[in-house]
Design a binder for this molecule. Structure first.
Ligand code: F6P
Length: 472
């Protein structure tokens, strides 16, 4: 198999292993946000993708899928417990999301993280061609850039961080904080969602490593004594907006949206679509909604809340507790405020295909994206992309990265329950002229800065970095 110009390294491959009709396992493109973002970027390149195949102990040879070479990295059950559920999602995830849940610092998890990051780095080193590009994705793989640089000093390395990068005062808790920064600084280009994230990262570099930073660059000393310049800046990720718009114009999806509306038994549909994760603010949202029903500010006839909470990381304790709390709260609210004809909250602990999501976006009068912390939140952008008639209201948390671009949404502090209730009332009553004014501005942002642009900006900076290195 020939080596690739561009190798993407991510925790997961962009495919799921499923059983075909004959019982034989086959691969199917998975619906995740990262996959959606990168499929466009990869299409025009001779690319490979290194990642875990989604099942424990799955050890299969690299294979081609839709023009991309996929390189499965095997992870054992112990790797998954200690590297994925442990260090990635029990340490880094809560720490980087402002300690909404308490991070656990366990040395055996760190050891697994180092071991597994090395495995990903070795796979990437094997599959990238001389002088090629490797683009590492996200917090599960922060050590890969430096490990890869040691194995393949000829390649240009990018790293994109999809989740928030925390303030120094929080990051400083991490017992392995210096190793993580050094791991990341193996990259030539380090991308973040928000300007604030890039600022937090640079502050940590100055405080912990004492390397100089200037504007969007970090100067990293090397033993060969010619210092290396690393670009570190924000590249807000986006969606394939035109693809979502095309789906929204399909007659079957429009019909599905109408049928959802007809079955509601309420005048307005409010929609929440999240992974079942404590960062998403689902509990706070339910509290505000429940209180509005209790106060008589809304009735089941006025509105219904459809809350999709797709299953996520069920092996991590904090997610199990969250699920119990949410389900208890939904049951209580429905017990108190539903009627034979109306349902206060329709809670769905399931994942749905993109087509069904688009139908729901089209049916929803109000989209609730009230995360306590979120790197970007692509659901907000997807809702905006499909609302071609400029109706609909987006309620958006200030603490989601999307708020930097979508300032015309109704911005909310989800911790402020009274404030949230006021915003929810306002969203239900917003005149169509105001909806249109806000939606137009947001749609322009989403269509002007789609995922193709995002990928291009990042790859352009990698090109610049390679050219600078070749000139030196
Ligand atoms: O943005 C964070 C992220 O890890 C994405 O890369 C991924 O699509 C999503 O969360 C789901 O996480 P997991 O791979 O742990 O199911």
């Amino acid at each position: 198999m020939s080596r690739a110009d561009l190798v993407v390294v991510a925790n997961r491959l962009p495919v799921d292993r499923v059983e075909g009709p004959d019982g034989e396992p086959t691969w199917r493109r998975s619906p995740g946000g990262l996959v959606t973002a990168l499929e466009q970027v990869m299409q025009n390149l001779d690319g490979a993708w290194v990642g875990w195949g989604g099942k424990p102990d799955l050890d299969v040879e690299p294979f081609e899928f839709d023009g991309t070479v996929l390189v499965p990295v095997p992870l054992s059950r112990d790797d998954l417990r200690d590297y994925y559920e442990g260090f990635s999602n029990g340490t880094i995830w809560p720490l980087y999301h402002d300690v909404i849940a308490a991070p656990v610092y366990k040395r055996s998890w760190w050891d697994a993280y180092v071991r597994v990051n090395r495995r990903f780095a070795e796979a990437a080193a094997k599959h990238v061609q001389d002088g090629g590009f490797v683009w590492v994705q996200d917090y599960q793989l922060q050590l890969v850039p430096q490990m890869l640089r040691e194995l393949r000093p000829d390649v240009t390395i990018g790293y994109f961080h999809h989740i928030p990068f925390p303030a120094y005062s929080l990051f400083a808790q991490l017992p392995w904080r210096r190793q993580v920064l050094e791991g990341l600084l193996g990259a030539d280009v380090i991308g973040f969602q928000r300007v604030e994230d890039a600022g937090n990262f640079q502050r940590s570099i100055r405080r912990l490593l004492h390397y100089p930073t200037k504007g969007e660059t970090v100067t990293v000393p090397t033993i060969e004594d010619a210092a290396r310049t690393v670009i570190s800046r924000s590249y807000p990720i986006s969606i394939d907006a035109n693809h979502f718009l095309e789906l929204a114009q399909r007659p079957d999806i429009i019909a599905r949206a109408q049928s959802i509306r007809e079955q509601l038994g309420a005048e307005k549909l409010m929609l929440g679509v999240d992974r079942l994760d404590y960062t998403k603010g689902i509990r706070h949202r339910l509290k505000a909604y429940g209180e509005m029903l209790a106060d008589g500010r809304i009735t089941g006839k006025d509105a219904t809340l459809v809350q999709i909470a797709s299953p996520s990381r069920p092996g991590v304790e904090a997610y199990q507790e969250l699920r119990d709390e949410i389900e208890m709260s939904v049951a209580r609210i429905n017990g108190d405020y539903s009627t034979v004809e109306t349902t206060a909250i329709r809670y769905l602990h399931q994942g749905y295909p993109r087509e069904e999501m688009v139908a729901l976006y089209l049916a929803a009068d109000v989209m609730l994206v009230t995360a306590l912390r979120d790197g970007m939140n692509l659901v907000a952008k997807e809702y905006v992309a499909v609302r071609a008639d400029n109706t609909g209201v987006l309620v958006l948390s200030e603490f989601a990265g999307a708020a930097d671009e979508l300032g015309s949404a109704l911005l909310v502090n989800p911790h402020d329950i009274e404030g949230t209730k006021d915003i929810l009332s306002r969203s239900l009553q917003m005149p169509v002229a105001e909806q249109a004014r806000r939606m137009k501005t947001m749609r322009k942002k989403v269509f002007d800065n789609d995922v193709v642009k995002w990928g291009q900006r990042f790859l352009d900076d990698m090109e610049t970095s390679r050219a600078r290195r070749n000139d030196a």
